[in-house]
Design a protein around this ligand. Structure first.
Ligand code: NAD
Length: 462
């Protein structure tokens, strides 16, 4: 049988993959014992990537998309098993969203000026090796989404994932490198260490070959990265309020808010964490939530019990984060049917279950005198994170006022929070929302630097 060009290519790729695997100490691609070695490997891979055409980068990205879809369920199960947080079905949807809607190289744009003195371009070029720190709440989504965007921009990436999600992150990173090899790219487009710690993170942050660090997580990590002396993309915490006024379709608002709040057990940083509603609509809103949306109305006594469990010793109990409503109620001795998906109650904005970013389906509802009071309370509850907020209103002037006052990277109007990620709303997907540093929803262009390319007195053909 004659040997075709594609057969030779397949054999070469298989041999390359085996060689790379033999080099990988853990038997998984991109996984190292030592952070310095990991960075060195990513640096070597970046030298290959930066000489690849956009078309070649896009080929790798399309295999990443395919493999993410193929492994969507496995990755979801791994993440839920390992972290104990979230909902498998919703994580599968999130994996598909990442695969389908994370922008690739089409996100890179060139700006041009041409005139009598020639042609000048601004091109989006790679930083090189990017350091990325990822959360346990969306572990594989963030690793895959960051890698697609960073690779599209011509970079490779060193991850320091959350230790609580390391198995899931390793699975995803190995998969990303398999995709690269399959598409004819290098291994180590994404790397990490077997045991990520604060020490490995510090090595990464100080390393001379890391020029950009993307931190997705709570306030601690974002502050650490922004104090590193390197350029940082800070995707920090939120506490998104959903405001409801009397012009809204209250029945639909109840549905949208509960859908958003319960998605992946409230883990997404953009999810509705509390509601501020004007007084005339509070009872109606809660009525629809209870009668049509699977909400459990907690009594004052149950609220106290929940507070004691969830805010153990005044601190957020990590064992409650990402758990479903039935499990949370079980922790205070309340048994409910399977259709209960959210716990609601009315309380003041200072209530610990309202003012804290809980990341679980407990939704406190704050009563406001009027719209202006609602805006004031919602702004207070957002804590100046400038992350995400939501509103249910048909009054454009009010929506505009709220948008100006709350000043968040995301403001969803009349829909569930996840429409901001392109799920049931327009726009692309990301799991790194740079609330603190202002890039907003990150994509390939966020991971590039602007370079001016000037041709003097030529190439203007006007
Ligand atoms: P976390 O802050 O506990 O951990 C996030 C990552 O930072 C982990 O990898 C952790 O190991 C690391 N880390 C923590 N402190 C550090 C420090 N001082 N130095 C270096 N690394 C450090 O957060 P989490 O529980 O994994 O995730 C939930 C938090 O992340 C929530 O506050 C949520 O709002 C936020 N989040 C934000 C976004 C966004 O795009 N803005 C996305 C997802 C999650």
């Amino acid at each position: 049988m004659p040997i075709s060009e594609s057969m030779v290519k397949d054999i070469v790729q298989e041999v390359m993959a085996k060689m790379q695997l033999a080099d990988a100490p853990s038997g998984k691609l991109g996984i190292f014992k030592d952070m310095n070695e990991a960075i060195e490997a990513a640096k070597k891979a970046q030298k290959v990537v930066r000489n690849m055409s956009l078309d070649q980068r896009e080929k790798i990205i399309s295999v990443i998309r395919r493999k993410t879809r193929e492994n969507a369920e496995l990755l979801a199960r791994l993440a839920v098993d390992e972290t104990g947080m979230g909902n498998v079905g919703h994580k599968i949807l999130k994996n598909h969203l990442v695969a389908d809607k994370t922008p690739g190289t089409e996100d890179l744009h060139t700006t041009a000026w041409s005139g009598d003195r020639g042609l000048t371009l601004i091109e989006m070029g790679p930083f090189g090796v990017i350091g990325a720190i990822t959360p346990c709440t969306n572990p594989q989504e963030t690793v895959i989404c960051n890698t697609i965007g960073m690779l599209a921009g011509g970079n490779t990436v060193v991850f320091n994932p959350h230790p609580q999600a390391i198995k899931t992150s390793i699975f995803a990173i190995n998969m990303l490198n398999e995709a690269s090899l399959e598409a004819g790219g290098p291994a180590n487009i994404a790397v990490t260490v077997e045991n990520p710690t604060l020490d490995t993170s510090a090595i990464m942050m100080k390393h001379k070959d890391i020029h950009l660090i993307a931190a997705t997580g709570g306030p601690g990590v974002v502050t650490a990265v922004l104090s590193s002396g390197k350029r940082g993309i800070g995707a920090g915490a939120g506490n998104p309020p959903a405001l409801v006024d009397e012009t809204a379709d209250i029945r639909k608002a109840a549905e949208d808010i509960v859908n958003g709040c319960t998605f992946d057990n409230n883990l997404p940083c953009i999810a509705e964490k509390e509601v501020v509603a004007v007084s005339p609509v509070v009872d109606e809103l809660m009525h629809y939530m209870v009668t049509e949306q699977g909400c459990y109305l907690a009594s004052p006594e149950e609220q106290d019990k929940l507070t004691a469990v969830v805010m153990k010793g005044g601190k957020l109990n990590r064992k409650c984060v990402g758990r479903d409503a039935k499990t949370l109620l079980g922790m205070i001795g309340v048994t409910v049917p399977d259709n209960i998906r959210c716990i609601i109650f009315e309380g003041p904005k200072e209530h610990p279950l309202i003012t804290t970013e809980l990341m679980m389906p407990i939704l406190g509802i704050v009563r406001a005198k009027d719209f202006d009071d609602a805006v004031e309370q919602a702004v207070w509850l957002e804590h100046g994170n400038r992350h995400s907020a939501h509103i249910h209103s048909k009054n454009v002037d009010r929506i505009t006022k709220y948008a100006r006052e709350i000043d968040t990277a995301i403001l969803v109007k009349n829909g569930p929070s996840y429409s901001a990620l392109g799920f049931g709303g327009e726009g692309f997907c990301t799991f790194t929302i740079a609330s603190r540093t202002g890039e907003g929803l990150t994509s390939a262009q966020s991971f590039t630097k602007r370079r001016r390319c000037v041709m003097v007195d030529s190439l203007c053909i006007r």
